[in-house]
Design a protein around this ligand. Structure first.
Ligand code: SF4
Ligand SMILES: [Zn+2]
Length: 333
């Protein structure tokens, strides 16, 4: 299906708040999603929950990418001059350091843009195989943080279920390389890959976090709560009632436990995308908004007290964990 896209404009960009954990401050953050030719892994195999390649376009040139950055630069000048971002996140729905997505010259444009805005930190994402190129940003005037979609510490779940295509050991080497260079590491963990029951998913996220914290392989853990993206394998399971996204109760339970074990060595954050929707993480429908807001606030402040929430559906969630363990498939939505 061909869609009309302006190749000289990014997928989207917006301003919000983000925890600048190195300085323990909440700062303005500009997030930009660049439209690239797409993730190289999505072209070969692809992770079963990922619909990001829908935003990609094989016609994109490096010139288009420079124009996308220019477009944001103009808009930022016009609209947000008064609240200069201290953090800039540049996502590509793939790997920032993959030269087939962003050439060295385009990445250099990005670095200059970050310096021009006077931001103190750039956050990008990459698969482990490309992170060595991050060294090029060391001479620049900002901190760098690289997010890697580890998803889980369990190689079987990551490769046999999620089809991620790299091992924990490959992640470990990438993380150690970045940390040696003084570059921040954010590890994304996925809460509730398919074929794991709700209870197993909670356990998997907690064990994976523990592994990262014990081995000092991440400065930040970002807990991604599964949301069902269009035209993915997970969507097909969900349509056949073989998959239910995680409860927000489960997310809260993981965040609370991990924040207790991590103290200040590693932060844990989560952005509950599509919370309260059938395709996203949800509880009973009545408390979803409050839970999602509490998770966002916790992610900014790391105040676990914000996660002490109550709703009548708590018992329902507890029963659900027991029932899904036996049934091996969702028991109700
Ligand atoms: S989740 Fe990341 S690595 Fe996997 S296909 Fe999507 S963009 Fe590529
Ligand atoms: Zn509820």
């Amino acid at each position: 299906m061909s869609r009309k896209m302006d190749l000289n404009k990014p997928v989207s960009f917006w301003m919000d708040k983000e925890l600048f954990w190195e300085e323990e401050k909440i700062e303005n953050c500009l997030t930009i999603i660049l439209r690239t030719t797409g993730c190289c892994w999505a072209k070969k195999v692809g992770c079963i929950m990922c619909g990001y390649n829908l935003e990609s376009d094989s016609r994109i040139t490096q010139e288009n990418l420079v124009n996308q950055i220019r477009h944001v630069r103009e808009k930022v000048e016009e609209k947000v001059r008064s609240k200069r971002p201290k953090i800039i996140k540049i996502f590509t729905s793939g790997s920032f350091f993959d030269p087939s997505e962003l050439s060295e010259e385009v990445r250099s444009e990005v670095y200059s843009f970050v310096e021009e805005l006077g931001a103190g930190k750039l956050i990008v994402e990459s698969r482990p195989e490309f992170v060595r190129a991050a060294e090029e940003a060391l001479k620049r005037d900002f901190r760098l943080e690289v997010g890697i979609g580890l998803e889980t510490g369990d190689d079987f779940v990551r490769n046999k279920i999620i089809q991620k295509g790299f091992t924990f050991d490959q992640f470990r080497k990438a993380s150690e390389f970045l940390k040696e260079k003084g570059i921040g590491v954010k590890a994304y963990l996925l809460l509730k890959p398919p074929f794991l029951s709700e209870g197993e998913a909670i356990e998997d996220a907690i064990n994976s976090s523990k592994l990262l914290i014990d081995k000092k392989l991440a400065d930040v853990i970002s807990l991604n709560l599964m949301n069902v993206q269009a035209r993915t394998y997970v969507e097909r399971l969900w349509q056949r009632k073989l998959y239910r996204p995680p409860w927000l109760w489960s997310a809260i339970s993981v965040l609370k436990k991990v924040s207790r074990m991590s103290s200040m060595n590693c932060f844990i954050i989560s952005d509950p995308v599509a919370a309260g929707k059938k395709r996203g993480p949800h509880n009973c429908g009545k408390c979803d908004g409050v839970f999602a807001e509490a998770i966002r606030e916790f992610s900014l402040t790391q105040d676990a007290g914000l996660l002490d929430l109550e709703c009548d559906c708590r018992e329902w969630w507890e029963d659900y964990i027991s029932a899904e363990k036996i049934a091996r498939s969702p028991v109700f939505s």
